[in-house]
Ligand binder design. Structure first.
Ligand code: URP
Ligand code: ZN
Ligand code: ZN
Ligand code: ZN
Length: 485
């Protein structure tokens, strides 16, 4: 492949500006963005007339080859990223886990797993206990290893869950280090109680999963986490926002000027909980994740909140398991590995749900799939923009081409797809990663080991990047539109 590319005649879209222009790429970097560029003969020209040229997607939330619930998520760093590139995502931030409570050891393991990467990536680190070694490791990870975010679980009692006391210590440490605390917000004690109660009532199938952990428990934990972060005076990022209950807490806090970032995920925007009721175990079990897919109405409210800026960016929580793995919970929903696919589908789903439906502009699409993530994690404008000097991670979307999602044709390794049969107008025909064409009209051309670790620097004492982002969004703040269509 040529290292010099001209993307010609498309509509170049950034989060704040769009223009008809050519994009000239050399050695993995965008060199020029301007109309009618003249280039030498050795430059590969890609015709983008009638198409949108946008920054590659950044998925802020994935779990590749993650040990979880007695098994391991089915996509490796290589297969998961290949799927991502086929779907227009050119960077992701994966959740590294401590090994036996050891964060530094966890980082080393994740760094090793990621050596097979074919696209750029970064890491969050989970904090699942509190002691001096954890605090010291957090400092090392921020100062030396390029990690600027830590996830705290208020659920998964007996595994990852931290107490409020531990969470508070972690929040203070994040503030001291200029790192962003992330929270999985469900009340873990109440979830455990709900699971036992539902199971003992004889509801053992996948439908027991959403029944056992309703949205009120997500709302409670979201509100609690926001208040504790406010008490410490540090920003907070809520991962996988799935419900109106959580949305209400975020919306109220943001209206008061409290710095909270809310991340809905593709499945929460696209699906509703009717999928859990099915006589065939596998047909329902593939949707089991936590927090669960909510009843109809929550999906539309999340879309509306994303459109009006109360929620700022979209992830996937990509954590795929095969039917064989899901079968571990055949007779007990509590043992179904939690997680579903999305890394390959997110860009197309968001286009369909948000742009085709007229809810947002193409610029907003760029913001919520790419730019906001780069800004929040402090890697903008290296990522998240089609600008001179930025990494050449670019997608070309044809708004008139229609495709259908299926496990028969997807690139993730699992045998099912939670979006099976979805037909979507608007297709990402070309993905350019680090200045190389890796996805070209159905042809995937990826290279194991080509992916680079992107270190994410800590924030200044005022969390300046986040502060600016919030200020800009809050200017256009509107109350959540609850329209249920
Ligand atoms: O069900 C899920 N979400 N699995 C991945 C782990 C997590 O909580 O994000
Ligand atoms: Zn989580
Ligand atoms: Zn069916
Ligand atoms: Zn997750």
């Amino acid at each position: 492949t040529s290292s010099k590319i001209l993307v010609k005649g498309g509509t170049v879209v950034n989060a704040d500006y769009q223009q008809n222009a050519d994009v000239y790429i050399e050695d993995g970097i965008i060199k020029l963005v301007a109309p009618n560029l003249k280039v030498a003969d050795d430059v590969r020209i890609i015709d983008a007339a009638g198409k949108f040229v946008m920054p590659g997607g950044i998925d802020p939330h994935t779990h590749l080859e993650m040990p979880f619930m007695g098994t391991e998520s089915a996509d490796s760093f290589f297969t998961g990223q290949a799927a991502a590139l086929a779907g227009g995502t050119t960077m992701h931030i994966d959740f590294a886990l401590p090994i036996d409570g050891d964060l530094a050891a966890g980082y080393d393991i994740w760094a090793k797993k990621a050596k097979k990467s074919c696209m750029d990536y970064g890491f969050h680190m989970a904090v699942t206990a509190w002691n001096d070694k954890v605090a010291k490791d957090m400092e090392i990870l921020v100062k030396e290893k390029g990690i600027n975010s830590f996830k705290f679980f208020l659920a998964y009692k007996g595994y990852f869950m931290v107490t409020d006391g531990e969470f508070l210590q972690g929040l203070r440490k994040c503030k001291e280090l200029g790192a962003l605390p992330l929270v999985h917000a469900e009340n873990g004690d109440a979830v455990a109680e709900g699971q036992t109660r539902i199971f003992e009532q004889g509801i053992t199938g996948p439908e027991g999963h959403p029944l056992s952990r309703p949205s009120v428990l997500e709302g409670e934990a979201t509100g609690r986490a926001i208040k504790l972060a406010h008490f410490v005076n540090t920003p907070l990022y809520v991962v996988h926002v799935m419900s109106i209950d959580a949305l209400d807490e975020i919306s109220r806090a943001r209206a008061q000027g409290i710095r909270v970032v809310g991340e809905p995920i593709a499945s929460g925007l696209a699906l509703n909980d009717s999928v859990h009721w099915h006589s065939d175990f596998q047909a329902a079990a593939k949707y089991v994740m936590s927090p669960p897919i909510r009843p109809a109405g929550h999906d539309k409210a999340l879309q509306a909140a994303l459109a009006n800026g109360v929620l700022q960016l979209v992830g996937t929580d990509h954590c795929p398991f095969t039917s064989e793995q899901k079968a571990a919970g055949k007779h007990d929903f509590r043992k179904i590995p939690n997680g579903l696919n999305g890394i390959e589908e997110r860009m197309h789903l968001v286009w369909d749900l948000m742009v085709n439906s007229g809810k947002i502009s193409v610029k907003d699409y760029v913001r919520i799939t790419s730019t906001a993530c780069a800004q929040i994690y402090n890697i903008y404008p290296q990522k998240g923009a089609v600008l001179p000097g930025s990494d050449a991670d670019i997608i070309i979307l044809n708004p008139n081409r229609t495709t259908t999602i299926s496990a028969k044709t997807h690139h993730t390794t699992i045998d099912t797809n939670v979006y099976e049969g979805w037909t979507i107008k608007g297709n990402i025909e070309v993905t350019i990663s680090q200045g190389k064409v890796v996805w070209d009209n159905g042809q995937l051309n990826v290279e194991k080991g080509a992916g680079r670790y992107i270190p994410m620097p800590p924030f200044g004492p005022l969390f300046d990047g986040l502060e600016k982002l919030d200020a800009a969004r809050l200017r256009s703040y509107n109350p959540v539109d609850r329209t249920i269509v």
